[in-house]
Design a protein around this ligand. Structure first.
Ligand code: SF4
Length: 351
C-alpha cells in the first residue's frame, strides 16, 4: 500500500520524501558544530562508542579549517574539544552551498552530524540552529544526538525554534528533525558498544520530542558483534513499532529509520577487536538479504533515510565492499526485484 510516490524504489527513500514534499531534490549539507560528547569528554566515558571514529561519526562534515584559530572553543562554553579549529556553522553552510551549482539543486537540509549536537551551551545551540534555519534555501535542519542529551534547557530551545520556524500555517515553514543513535535494543550490545544509556532513555526522548511535535529518526546498526540476525530484526521491529505514549494506548511512530551497516574504522577499539579476530563483518550478500528482511517489516509510511553505511574510505578497514555504495545500492534494488520484495510487505498494521 503506497500513499505517496516512492519514485522507482521498492522503499520510501528520503529522496522520494523530499521530491514528494518539495517537488525537487534536496541536498544535505553536513556541518560540524565543534561539539563533544559525554561519551568522550569523561562525563560518561572517555573512549567513545566502540565504533565511533575520531570525527565523531561526522567525517563528511564540511572540513575543519586550520587557519581560523579556536573561535569555537569560546562559542560553545568550553564543550568543544580543546584546540579544535573550525569554520563557524554559518561559514560551513555557505561553503557547503557553494559546492552545488544552480542546475544541480538549490535547496538544502543542514545536518548537524558530528558528535552529540544537543550537548553544548543552549545559547550557542540556539544561535547555530537559528542561523541554519534562517539561511536562504534551507528547508530544515536535522540534529543528530544521544537520547540522554535532551535536557530541559535544550528542549526549551527546541520548543522556541519549533514555534518560530515550523508552523503548519506558514507556507515558508521549515522543519526540525532529531536523529537518535539507538543502534540496538539489546543490553549486551549496548554494553559492548559502550552506549551508556538504557532503552528507557530512548523512549523518554521520543516522548519529549513528540510533545513538541518534532519528528524523530532512529539510527540502527546492522552487523554488531555478537548479535544474531533475529536480534537485529528485533531491533528494527521495535523501532518501527514506535514508543507508547504515557497514559495512553497509542504509539509514537518514528518519522524515519536509518539502517547502517557496521563499519570498522581506523583508530577505534572496534578495530582492535576486529584485528584480534573477535568478530567478522558481514558479507555483502548476507547484508543485502538482511536489509530486505528489515525493510519488509517496516511500515511503508516510515521514511528510510539510509540503507547502507557511508564509512569514509580513507579510514575504512572492513567491510571494504561497502566503500562502493553505488554497487551496494544497485545490488539491493536488483535483489528486491528478484525477491519481489517491498518495504512493508510484512509490517503489522497497528498504526
Ligand atoms: S554517542 Fe555518538 S559521538 Fe558520542 S561516542 Fe557514541 S557515536 Fe560517537
Amino acid at each position: 500500500m503506497n500513499y505517496v510516490d516512492w519514485l522507482d524504489k521498492p522503499y520510501y527513500s528520503l529522496n522520494a520524501y523530499f521530491k514528494n514534499t518539495y517537488g525537487q531534490k534536496i541536498y544535505k549539507i553536513a556541518v560540524n558544530a565543534g561539539l563533544s560528547c559525554p561519551n568522550r569528554d569523561g562525563n560518561l566515558d572517555t573512549r567513545g562508542c566502540i565504533f565511533c571514529s575520531k570525527g565523531g561519526s561526522g567525517d563528511f562534515a564540511v572540513k575543519l579549517d586550520e587557519s581560523l584559530g579556536d573561535e569555537l572553543a569560546v562559542q560553545t562554553d568550553g564543550k568543544a574539544s580543546a584546540g579544535r579549529k573550525i569554520l563557524s556553522v554559518k561559514q560551513q553552510i555557505v561553503q557547503g552551498k557553494s559546492r552545488f551549482n544552480k542546475e544541480a539543486g538549490d535547496r538544502f537540509v543542514i545536518y548537524f552530524q558530528a558528535f552529540t549536537n544537543t550537548y553544548g551551551n543552549p545559547e550557542y545551540l540556539r544561535r547555530i540552529w537559528t542561523e541554519a534555519l534562517e539561511e536562504e534555501n534551507v528547508v530544515g535542519i536535522s540534529i543528530a544526538t544521544r537520547p540522554d542529551c535532551l535536557g530541559k534547557e535544550i528542549m526549551e530551545v527546541l520548543r522556541e525554534l519549533q514555534d518560530k520556524f515550523c508552523s503548519e500555517l506558514d507556507s515558508h515553514s521549515k522543519f526540525i528533525w532529531v536523529e537518535l543513535g539507538l543502534q540496538s535494543i539489546h543490553d549486551k550490545t549496548a554494553e559492548y558498544i559502550r552506549r551508556h544509556y538504557p532503552l528507557s532513555e530512548y523512549e523518554e526522548a521520543v516522548r519529549k520530542l513528540h510533545k513538541l511535535s518534532i519528528p524523530y529518526i532512529t539510527h540502527v546498526i546492522l552487523g554488531l558483534p555478537g548479535e544474531t540476525k533475529e536480534e537485529m530484526l528485533e531491533t528494527v521491529f521495535y523501532v518501527e513499532q514506535g514508543v507508547f505514549e504515557q497514559d495512553s494506548h497509542s504509539k509514537i511512530k518514528p518519522f524515519g529509520i536509518k539502517l547502517q551497516l557496521l563499519h570498522v574504522l581506523e583508530d577505534t577499539d572496534l578495530a582492535k577487536d576486529y584485528r584480534q579476530g573477535k568478530f567478522q563483518t558481514m558479507e555483502m550478500d548476507e547484508y543485502i538479504d538482511l536489509v530486505i528482511d528489515a525493510l519488509q517489516r517496516i511500515n511503508p509510511e516510515i521514511v528510510i533515510h539510509r540503507v547502507t553505511g557511508d564509512g569514509p574510505k580513507n579510514i575504512l578497514i572492513a567491510p571494504t565492499w561497502s566503500g562502493n555504495k553505488k554497487m551496494v545500492l544497485n545490488t539491493l534494488h536488483k535483489r528486491m526485484k528478484e525477491r519481489e520484495a517491498r518495504q512493508g510487505d510484512y509490517s503489522i498494521m497497528l498504526w
